[in-house]
Design a protein around this ligand. Structure first.
Ligand code: NAD
Length: 488
């Protein structure tokens, strides 16, 4: 299938090199990597594949740029971010198309990602000029304590493929605002959006070396070297818990600051007193956004016995008529999964759920290629022993578990090592309050299926991570407090 002419023109505008300091460069050994369209398997673009030597040179550039950037006026940093926001909004359709092409999500959702990702630029352009310390007296009355905030220093960012723009801006924007330089390694499956975004930052006036980009097909070698480099001061990672743990171990050996946004296993609880219209709308968003490939995706839909039949019927009717196809083509509601591994995992989890007594109401099958498509699926009466109760599904499969008491719902919801987000649907305000207290997660959606917002502290507890991105908290991850004692 040939690319449309406007798609090809967009791809032609994207740099194929590594961004190291001021230049876009080839890889040290001329290695390249192919970026594919997951809907067709077609190669979209071939880009430089960074070697470890390239990554070290990128860190050299970040280290060189660090003092100048740390000393730049906060208004200058704010202005770069604001210009970047304005440019991104002007090019919203272009970025949305690129995201849809390399990642596969429906173009309408890709536009939402550009809006969401862009908000981090605007939010942190506003936060950049509001970093402040404080002035205290020691209790003995013998001295004054002055607390000032300073950039942490050069950072290493590793981002996943499922939100190629927003996961990059959520790290890059607060780092720029705080006065930190960085090296970013986007996911090898979706590096084009990050590259194009860094081109935009350059146009917005970001000085050379402040953000450097080194996509690689060998992330383990790259991270091993950079995380042990004594000049690096911080790791910010978004991805799976499994990889996150390995990176935290490596970061610990170099005593790095870390922000870890890891996996999820979100419960979506529907009580008997829920507004079912809201709950159905909420689950469609929480489950099927991004083809189910979101850390915030509803992974376990936990529904009260008395409303489960109606809930399952209404959701299944909607799911059965979802339009499936290439994300970049207007109008589709379900795009491809990212690769064949994702298809195999989804099929395994569905087969396991059925073996454990789950009943497929709609979907359940792999769709023949080209591309990596799986039917949007609803499975009722999932057994607590089913693998999809513990593992992130990361596909368009909604499994319903039934419960009868509030305590039982809480027990099921918290029975996981993850704790990123929980969703609760109830019209009973007292129950809503109790659930917010009892649910073990960093975020709660009360009668809503979408919590992401640049002004809010996004992040998890338990094995879903450490640290927060966005909100007032987001910039703190890039600052260190320095205390000075002034004797009286
Ligand atoms: P992944 O962990 O496989 O990969 C994430 C990134 O880590 C990619 O850039 C990859 O190249 C890199 N990576 C893999 N092995 C590495 C290594 N040894 N050293 C250094 N880097 C390495 O995850 P994924 O499949 O890309 O993304 C999906 C996962 O991300 C899910 O678990 C999802 O829940 C999670 N996620 C979390 C959030 C959040 O904010 N909490 C947001 C989006 C995705």
């Amino acid at each position: 299938m040939a690319l449309k002419s406007y798609e090809q023109e967009l791809l032609d505008r994207i740099e194929s090199g590594l961004k190291i300091g001021p230049a876009w460069e080839r890889s040290a050994n001329d290695k390249t990597l192919d970026v594919q369209d997951p809907a067709t398997g077609e190669v979209l673009k071939t880009i430089a594949d960074a070697t470890v030597t390239d990554a070290v040179r990128a860190l050299d550039a970040a280290v060189d740029a660090q003092p100048g950037w740390a000393n730049s006026p906060t208004r200058a940093r704010s202005n770069v971010l604001r210009r970047a926001f304005d440019l991104l909004m002007e090019r919203k359709d272009e970025f949305a198309l690129l995201i849809a092409m390399e990642m596969g999500k429906p173009i309408a959702e890709a536009r939402s990602e550009v809006s969401y990702g862009g908000e981090f630029l605007r939010w942190f352009s506003e936060e950049a000029v509001r970093v402040h310390g404080d002035y205290r007296q020691n209790p003995e009355g013998t001295g004054n304590i002055v607390v000032s905030q300073h950039p942490v220093g050069p950072c290493y960012f590793i981002t996943p493929w499922n939100f190629p723009l927003a996961m990059a801006t959520r790290k890059i924007a607060p780092a720029i605002a705080a006065g930190c330089t960085s090296v970013i390694k986007p996911a090898e499956l979706t590096p084009l959006t990050t590259i194009y975004f860094v081109q935009l930052l350059e146009e917005a006036g970001l000085p050379p070396g402040v953000v450097n980009v080194v996509p690689t097909s060998d992330p383990s070698a790259q991270s091993g070297t950079l995380l042990s480099d004594p000049r690096l001061r911080k790791l910010s990672f978004t991805g799976s818990t499994q990889v996150g743990i390995r990176l935290m171990e490596a970061a610990a050996r170099n005593v790095l600051r870390t922000s870890m946004e890891l996996g999820g296993n979100a419960p979506f609880v529907v009580f008997e007193d829920a507004d079912l219209d809201k709950a159905v709308e909420g689950v469609m968003l929480a489950k099927f956004r991004n083809i189910g490939q979101a850390c915030t995706a509803a992974n376990r839909v936990i529904v009260h016995d008395s409303v489960a039949d109606e809930f399952v019927r209404r959701v299944s009717e909607k799911v059965a008529v979802m339009t499936i196809g290439r994300g970049a083509d207007e109008g589709n509601q379900v795009g491809p999964l990212i690769d064949q591994r994702a298809i195999a995992k989804t099929a395994r989890l569905v087969a396991d759920a059925v073996k454990n007594g789950g009943e497929i109401v709609t979907g359940g099958e792999i769709i023949d290629g080209p591309g990596h498509f799986f039917q949007p699926t609803v499975i009722d009466r999932i057994d607590p022993a089913a693998a999809m109760m513990r593992e992130e599904i990361f596909g368009p499969v909604l499994g319903v578990v039934r419960f009868s008491t509030e305590d039982e719902a809480v027990t099921i919801a918290n029975d996981t090592e993850y704790g990123l987000v929980s969703y609760v649907f109830t019209e009973n305000i007292g129950r809503g309050g109790r659930m917010i207290e009892k649910l073990e997660s960093g975020m709660v959606g009360l009668n809503t299926g979408l919590v992401s917002n640049a002004a809010a502290p996004f992040g998890g507890v338990k094995q879903s991570g450490v640290g927060r991105e966005g909100g007032f908290d987001g910039i703190r991850e890039f600052l260190s407090a320095k205390y000075t004692l002034i004797p009286r």
